[in-house]
Design a protein around this ligand. Structure first.
Ligand SMILES: [Zn+2]
Ligand SMILES: [Zn+2]
Length: 326
């Protein structure tokens, strides 16, 4: 079974997360983040019902959907595919392709349970296609509960002295922050429009987030605001300070060590850290690991050396080596 990348990840003839220029007619979409939903020519998306709701609400796209619930099987050419929780965001899926070999593709995933979602469980397979975003030993995340307490304490303390802006990706992280503010403080957060819309999608699918207020010229309604990081910059913080006449404190929830003007960084990631990548791999018991995204070369070499399992980075098409065939 050939596994390669050519405007999508192809496992045999199954395209996963096809790019805009991919000519496939139908593709599996692992989850609703924009870098995984760039499929102009694809007319049928195979994804979880939750991802379908996210795509309809965020991208206003109207392809046809073949919703596939977690654990159900679907024939695709001469293979069978099924989807399993990847713990990354609402509806995000690992893909199991069963053909001549059993191939598990983690896609973006995390194994820790969060306050709003269960972590991913390893899938037993012959070949594991492993996301390697944080595939170096320097990436080690603390327990989520500890980070929640840090965020809660920061919000409680700083909201008494001024106004708190919390930044987190509008899909996934911002819902977790909404819940954390509700559970760890007595405050009700204001949330940016895009966060509000995604909060509604989570609630529609049964995830309770607590109370929150849509931001709409009502900055005085709370002392904490949840925003997408792309909108939190020096200008915004200055405008807030000027219009509220309060000191502004900012925090960013991210797995990256990235400060850029924020008062605090909270190490909260929706991806597995290095040790979790190795633990997942051990439990999946593959004969071959193919790494993709981020530190793919480093992680492949660690897996070979530390676990004694054959591993290599994903090949681009055109690289006709024997190792391309798995
Ligand atoms: Zn993602
Ligand atoms: Zn991604």
């Amino acid at each position: 079974m050939q596994i390669h990348s050519n405007k999508a990840l192809f496992v045999g003839n199954v395209p996963i997360d096809a790019k805009a220029s991919c000519k496939a007619e139908k593709a599996v979409i692992s989850h609703g983040h924009s870098d995984h939903v760039a499929t102009n020519k694809v007319t049928q998306y195979i994804c979880t019902p939750e991802t379908e709701t996210i795509i309809r609400s965020r991208y206003k796209k109207e392809p046809s959907f073949a919703p596939l619930k977690f654990g159900k099987k679907l024939s695709f050419g001469d293979s069978t595919i099924s989807l399993y929780n990847s713990g990354h965001i609402l509806g995000s899926a690992q893909v199991l392709v069963e053909g001549t070999k059993t191939v598990a593709v983690t896609n973006d995933f995390k194994v820790q349970d969060s306050i709003i979602q269960k972590g991913a469980k390893p899938l037993k397979c012959d070949i594991l296609v492993l996301e390697s975003t944080f595939g170096k030993p320097c990436y080690s995340f603390p327990k989520r509960e500890e980070v929640y307490k840090q965020i809660g304490n920061f919000v409680k303390e700083k909201s008494k002295q001024g106004f708190v802006v919390l930044a987190g990706y509008s899909l996934g992280k911002a819902q977790e922050l909404t819940k954390v503010v509700n559970e760890y403080t007595d405050l009700t957060p204001l949330v940016h429009d895009s966060v509000y819309d995604n909060n509604k999608v989570y609630e529609e699918h049964g995830t309770k987030l607590g109370d929150y207020i849509k931001l709409d010229h009502n900055l005085h309604d709370s002392n904490v605001l949840i925003m997408p990081p792309s909108l939190v910059n020096h200008n915004l913080l200055q405008v807030l300070e000027f219009s509220l006449r309060k000191k502004i404190f900012s925090g960013f929830a991210t797995g990256w060590n990235f400060r850029n003007g924020f008062n605090e960084i909270f190490p909260l990631s929706d991806h597995a850290d290095f040790q979790q990548l190795l633990d997942y791999t051990k439990q999946a018991e593959p004969k071959l690991v193919i790494t993709m995204h981020g530190s793919e070369r480093e992680l492949a070499s660690y897996i070979q050396r530390r676990l004694g399992i054959a591993a290599r980075p994903l090949c681009e098409k055109g690289q006709k080596t024997i190792s391309e065939y798995a």
